[in-house]
Design a protein around this ligand. Structure first.
Ligand code: SF4
Length: 316
């Protein structure tokens, strides 16, 4: 039977961001420099495929520093860690490499600056996400207040003369955050705002691209992990753009009933999803449909981040 013709539109940019690329490279270089095993505190990035690939090369993922044997090197994930973590590692004379994305570190420094200048920081983000735990952990308990929703903003009861500033998680929805910021600044007009947006370039670019993509599609497949904040936001943005959207970890998760009547299928990938998984999904679509491929490009990226000095000494 002839395969049904389907148009496949691929979003640009998609997939790996500079922070994720750097974090993976840090683990790979650390394995070459220090030998195996190298310990990694928490998933280095939120992608099982990436994590399993690094495990095969000799990385061991652990939840706490207590799980790292004495003398073994440990890497902190791209999401950032509370200040107490490197402090504890130093106390124990551990060899550690911090793979926190520089754009997350930027938010950490902003929060510190606010505290030094006497401002109470409001963090817009998702409770329990490792990045939020890391950012909250830059200041002592009580120095930062987390808001997730408009209701949380409504419940804030700071006096009008309380000096305030806000920062945000880097991987939030642009539209939802703009609304929270609008209501927050309406409530506290004197609140200090970030000099440069905290939502990172990669989150922004991927959301803009999927929005444009979704307008031309009836289904959008977002490749990413269920615990990846920026991937979940891509699903929401695609749906707001008018398409039905689903998150899949890889091609084997595609629901073929859901997609069977599609005429135009969009594909994008979260910032921690490798391109090999995008290729896998395209190939799977090609086995089911007679596909023609096109791209929707809304921006190009050429950002890279330097590796930590300790790994730059390595020629490998
Ligand atoms: S999504 Fe943004 S903040 Fe997170 S690692 Fe990538 S560049 Fe850094």
């Amino acid at each position: 039977m002839a395969k049904k013709p389907v148009k496949v539109l691929i979003a640009n940019p998609r997939g790996f961001c500079a922070g994720v690329q750097r974090a993976i490279e840090i683990v790979e270089k650390a394995l070459r420099r220090f030998g195996t095993p190298v310990y990694v505190r928490h998933e280095i990035v939120h992608n099982r495929f990436v994590v399993e690939g690094l495990q095969q090369k000799g990385a061991i993922f652990v939840d706490t520093l207590d799980d790292v044997p004495a003398g073994a090197p440990v890497i902190f994930s791209a999401h950032g860690v509370p200040k107490s973590v490197p402090a504890a590692a130093k106390r124990r004379n551990m060899l550690f490499v911090d793979a926190t994305c520089p754009l997350v570190s930027k938010v950490h420094r902003e929060a510190e600056h606010h505290q030094k200048t006497g401002l109470h920081t409001i963090l817009i983000g998702h409770a329990g996400h490792p990045e939020v735990i890391g950012t909250m952990g830059q200041l002592e308990d009580g120095a930062m207040t987390l808001v997730e929703t408009l209701e949380d903003v409504a419940a804030l009861n700071f006096d009008q003369d309380t000096p305030l500033a806000y920062v945000t998680q880097t991987t939030l929805s642009l539209d939802d955050t703009a609304e929270i910021v609008r209501v927050l600044t309406l409530k506290y007009p004197h609140i200090a705002t970030p000099k440069k947006e905290d939502i990172c370039y990669a989150t922004t670019n991927r959301q803009v691209a999927v929005k444009a993509l979704a307008e031309a599609c009836d289904r959008v497949i977002v490749i990413g992990s269920p615990n990846s904040s920026n991937s979940l936001r891509l699903v929401e943005v695609a749906e707001r753009g008018g398409a039905l959207a689903k998150l899949v970890q890889r091609a084997t998760n595609i629901d073929w009933n859901w997609i069977s009547d599609a005429r135009t299928i969009g594909i994008t990938a979260g910032a921690s999803a490798p391109e090999i998984l995008v290729d896998e999904v395209i190939q799977a679509l090609g086995r089911h449909f007679d596909i023609t491929i096109d791209h929707v490009t809304t921006s190009t990226e050429n950002i890279t981040f330097k590796l930590p000095a300790i790994l730059l000494k390595d020629a490998g």
